[in-house]
Design a protein around this ligand. Structure first.
Ligand code: ADP
Ligand code: MG
Length: 372
């Protein structure tokens, strides 16, 4: 972990050594955008950066927690287990986890925890899920909790939905709990059926943040969800997952043009997840470029969640000979681009694309993967 040298150790914070430690990675989505709240498919992979939790048990019903990434002083935050309450910043994620456990009948006697993360916080790489999954893993180890990896993911989602109040889907904690770097998690968000799909060794991952803040992201995200729900209502289905493209063609007269495009993105994006999974399974790298290009075009034109700066970043990546595919990743309205690159070329391609982007846009991008 790249921590500042002055950060206090667990021993300095709590006066004893930790008993266990656990880690969990951040994630980036390779394919399947805005499909999760439409009961569809997603294909995230783990990034190399991880969040680490060192932990020791207590028996006085309290939790004391310190994070190297948000705390400046040497004093941990403290709360009484069973008295979790919203409004304490990062501690809400920890409180969310212990409340979610309690709701499942798992009452903890107490713990001290120290958090330190390499996952950039708030950059769309799901530091929040990395935190809740790493904490749940550490608690599982320390107290011998009977939790499998799917249950850990669901508890992490519950923690964020309930105590933090963020309406996040199941993809982020499932990716953090089940994916590894070098493999993708093919997840059906309707049934939670999943498969780990190895990424061919000839490919490596690059993620570049456009530097464009998600200024209107929350309202626009809600608007997209509402548009998908409206399309379902007009077509008489519970979910866009219940439709095929042929159904959509037949139902088109019932839909305003805008809703038709929204629904078309979701249906074609689901199909692209299946196609990318098939290509990864068979090592058919040549099948990937048109799928990534079509996904980006669909987000730009049909779902309208891209912005010109992100389009430029994707175009610069696509102009590189070693790039296999590039597209906007995450909810959109700014944010990051995921790029698949011939192995061994990631660092050089990322530097060239980021340099050209900065020169043409004046906005400083940030190379998130590979780690410098
Ligand atoms: P993302 O998950 O995309 O990084 P979120 O806004 O969902 O962004 O989550 C970021 C929040 O999660 C932070 O503001 C903080 O409250 C919490 N968090 C994540 N990682 C850590 C960490 N290492 N230490 C403390 N809090 C963290
Ligand atoms: Mg998050």
């Amino acid at each position: 972990m790249n921590e500042r040298a002055s950060a206090p150790t667990f021993e300095e914070l709590f006066g004893r050594a930790p008993e266990v430690h656990a880690t969990a990675p951040g994630r980036v989505n390779l394919m399947g955008e805005h499909t999760d709240y439409n009961d569809g498919y997603v294909l995230p992979t783990a990034i190399p950066q991880r969040t680490r939790v060192d932990l020791a048990r207590r028996d006085d019903g309290t939790a004391q927690v310190w994070s190297a990434d948000v705390e400046s002083g040497p004093t941990p935050s403290r709360y009484v287990l069973g008295e979790e309450a919203r409004g304490r910043g990062f501690l809400d994620y920890v409180q969310g986890v212990t409340r979610a456990l309690r709701e499942q009948g798992i009452v903890l006697p107490g713990f001290d925890a120290r958090i330190a993360s390499e996952v950039p916080v708030g950059a769309g790489l799901s530091s929040s899920a990395a935190l809740s999954v790493a904490l749940l893993r550490a608690l599982r180890l320390a107290f011998g909790l009977p939790l499998d990896d799917v249950r850990i993911a669901l508890l992490g989602q519950r923690a964020e939905n309930d105590l933090v109040g963020a309406p996040v889907g199941v993809m982020d904690p499932m990716a953090s709990s089940l994916a590894t770097s070098g493999s993708a998690l093919f997840l059906d968000t309707r049934s939670l059926a999943y498969e780990i799909v190895p990424i061919p060794a000839a490919i490596e991952l690059v993620v570049i943040d456009s530097g464009v803040p998600h200024s209107h992201a929350t309202g626009s995200y809600r608007a997209r969800r509402a548009e998908c729900a409206r399309a379902c209502a007009l077509l008489g289905v519970a979910s866009l997952r219940d439709l095929t493209l042929a159904d959509l063609d037949r139902g088109a007269p019932a839909l305003p043009e805008l809703l038709l495009r929204r629904a078309r993105h979701v249906l074609t994006e689901n199909a692209r997840v299946l196609a990318v999974v098939a290509a990864l399974r068979s090592g058919d790298i040549a099948a990937l470029p048109p799928l990534f290009a079509a996904s980006h075009a669909s987000m730009r034109d049909d779902f309208e969640v891209s912005v010109p700066a992100v389009d430029r970043l994707v175009a610069l990546a696509d102009a590189e000979p070693d790039v296999v595919g590039a597209r906007l990743t995450g909810g959109g309205f700014g944010g990051a681009v995921v790029i698949l690159v011939q192995r061994g070329r990631g660092g050089a391609v990322a530097a060239r694309v980021a340099g050209a982007y900065e020169a043409s846009s004046g906005v400083p991008p940030r190379v998130l993967v590979p780690v410098a």
